[in-house]
Design a protein around this ligand. Structure first.
Ligand code: KG4
Ligand code: ZN
Length: 334
């Protein structure tokens, strides 16, 4: 049995979790900074770093307490080291290094995207590769062929903005505030997804969300200039449907292209109800199995990092005290 502490601080959630054998969550503590950043309409990196510093010890202690695990009983300390906001990442990495050094336990570096994928292993303890996974978050949108736990191929990716970024910008132009994705999702439930024909740009299995984002901004600004009333719910629903259509179509087609009949979704945008419903429907239509973590495991959390950390641990992937925070995507496999 292996008990892994997972630490996450790449953006605006300070989180820690203890999992057992990478599949059973013993605790999952999240301190969300949403309230702090709300007034600025987005994440302010310096404020995020300072708040992580404030909360990191607290979430780690809470995670151990809730799991009823003493730190001496841990088998390893896993931490997100890339990608993310560098100052924010550094807080988690430094805490993990200090713990690993003082306890003389393995320090396990985890790629945040690999963490998002791993949320599926927690939600579905029997899930094993191969499968195709759509990872859509605030900073990244990828369709990955997960051939094995540490062997991924990129089948499609965004050529510009990430899906979550497009949701956040569309929400902002509609005056919905931060965080935009969930607010737009809620408003879209009251709107007509066919009211406005927004573009669905893609090139093969790649996406382009910048064009869709601009189309929404132009639509809203044009009506504002003409002094016409904007049906915000219709704009939200039509934008969301356009984004979801591309994500679903590309993922299913990409899976078909590699002969895979298992589709998973991950990342903050995977919490979107329209994406979850549409992907499930399309998977069913194509006789594919569909995997979708609960919403609290889609958005940033420590459990997914602990689970991915366990996979690295059993493969012998370890860091040392030179481990640094890396803002860029880097190696997806670690
Ligand atoms: O994975 P995540 O929590 O953090 C990153 O790694 O980026 O993803 C955050 C992104 C944000 O852009 C947020 O607006 C989006 O996920 N998001 C959603 C929903 N919940 C979160 N987008 C659409 N619908 C949602 N329900
Ligand atoms: Zn994330």
């Amino acid at each position: 049995m292996a008990l892994i502490l997972g630490i996450e601080s790449s953006c605006d959630e300070t989180a820690a979790s203890v999992t057992k054998d990478g599949r059973t969550v013993l605790s999952n503590v999240i301190y969300s900074q949403i309230k702090l950043h709300e007034v600025y309409g987005g994440v302010v990196p310096e404020i995020a770093s300072r708040k992580h510093l404030d909360k990191i010890i607290y979430v780690i202690e809470e995670a151990l307490k809730e799991a009823d695990v003493k730190k001496e009983e841990l088998d390893g300390i896993a931490v997100t080291y890339n990608p993310g906001l560098v100052g924010a990442l550094l807080v988690g990495v430094s805490a993990a290094k200090a713990l690993a050094y003082s306890l003389n336990k393995p320090l396990i570096p985890v790629n945040h995207i690999g963490g998002h994928i791993a949320a599926n292993y927690i939600a579905y303890p029997n899930l094993e590769p191969p499968f195709v996974c759509l990872v859509a978050s605030g900073g990244h949108s990828h369709i990955l062929h997960i051939k094995d736990y540490h062997d991924f191929t990129v089948l499609g990716a965004t050529t510009d903005d990430a899906a979550g970024e497009a949701f956040d910008k569309a929400a902002r132009v509609l005056g919905l505030g931060y965080p935009g994705g969930p607010k737009l999702n809620a408003l879209a439930k009251e709107g007509n997804p066919e009211a406005i024909k927004f573009p669905r740009p893609h090139n093969g299995f790649d996406f382009s969300f910048s064009g869709l984002k601009t189309a929404v901004i132009n639509y809203v600004h044009t009506l504002e200039q003409k002094g016409e009333e904007i049906n915000k719910a219709d704009v939200a629903a039509s934008f969301q449907q356009a984004a979801v259509d591309v994500l679903v179509k590309n993922t299913v087609e990409a899976a078909k292209s590699v002969g895979i009949d298992k589709i998973a979704i991950a990342g903050g945008v995977a919490a979107n109800s329209c994406l979850r419903e549409n992907m499930e429907k399309e998977a069913k239509k194509n006789s594919m199995e569909f995997f979708c973590p609960p919403m609290d495991l889609c958005t940033d959390n420590g459990a997914m990092i602990s689970c991915a950390g366990y996979l690295n641990y059993i493969k012998g992937i370890e860091g040392d005290l030179t481990l640094n925070a890396i803002p860029q995507l880097g190696d997806l496999h670690v």
